[in-house]
Ligand binder design. Sequence first.
Ligand SMILES: *Cc1c(COP(=O)(O)O)cnc(C)c1O
Length: 381
Amino acid sequence: MRNASITINSAALTHNLNQVIKKIPEKTKVLAMVKADAYGHGVKHCILSLQQADALGVACFDEAKQIRSLGWQKGIVLIEGVFSQQEWAESIEADCQSIIHHQKQVQWAVDQLPAADSACRTLWLKLNTGMNRLGFEPEEIVAVAKTLVDAGYNLILTSHFANADRPDHPSNVNQIKIFTEALTELREQVDSNIKASLCNSAGILNFPECHFDWVRPGIMLYGSTPLEGISARDLQLKPVMTFAASLMAIHNIAAGAPVGYGSRFVANRPIVKGIVSIGYGDGYPRVVDGSAWVTVKQMASDSTESETTVSYKCPVIGRVAMDMIAIDLTEVPNPMVGYKVVLWGDPEQAEPSVDEIANSAHTLGYELLCRVTQRPTRVVI
Ligand SMILES: *Cc1c(COP(=O)(O)O)cnc(C)c1O
């Protein structure tokens, strides 16, 4: 069988959630973000490890339905809100809370009020504090809030940082100021019980004074760094995903011989080249530059698959293809077909972190995690 696997480490996910819980005040609740199939990890493999979260955050109602069908009974928040009157009705049925970022959604909410004991009586009201993506403007927020409170809703004022990963970016101070001013105004003029939520992962780490009533961690739960220039390991986060494959062929390559599509790599000395059963069809990024590497796990000769011995760092060479990549095995003594190759995983096991490979691919860990495909076998430990 072709070996390409994604292993989900449940204990690491729970560990990372606990890292969040340790950093926030006791009264602050956690909305664990599991949109995009739990950042590519497979939400069905993740919700058991997220039992301590107060609610789960998804992008849309379809994602929420899946989580309900998996048996999640606590809160669910649709962070893009609903897209039609009918979806509003269905979301009430499924007990999902919505973000309200648009006048139409206000109308749907006013037109159909959930039962008094429904969780949907709470709405997340989105304020645009300067990211300029979604939300009401500060000038209109009081009127919108008043309409919703008069209709019978409880509100959580919410907004999103544009530059939370860079703590000294001037937009952060501005966004925080606009947010806290609006919150004060709303509490004075509309409803003193209005709650607040501002921080994603980077915000949780960089702006502890802004934790308010709810935090919304995403990427840090999965053990990838939300901050520029600080590794997940330094933040005491553990990688949840290990992306692995195995050596399927080994060849000697003469000096001057090209390898792979476009003959982009040319050996400048005789090398031992390995072919690994992974490619962009599995989610390994085609755009990696020459800095990408993998870990080859040398197994003891008589061992079972799980007993690995020594790890070797091997550069990726040539173009990434749909199903295969080539690596330089020259430094591995007696490499053998079948050896395990880790594309990204745990730096503590001498494996590249997803963030390192994201650097080689000129993107973020977020994108690489979300872009793994359904082709690799999923294993949950
Ligand atoms: C995705 C998302 C988050 C989580 O962001 P991370 O950077 O992954 O922690 C929080 N809030 C909103 C509104 C989001 O869309």
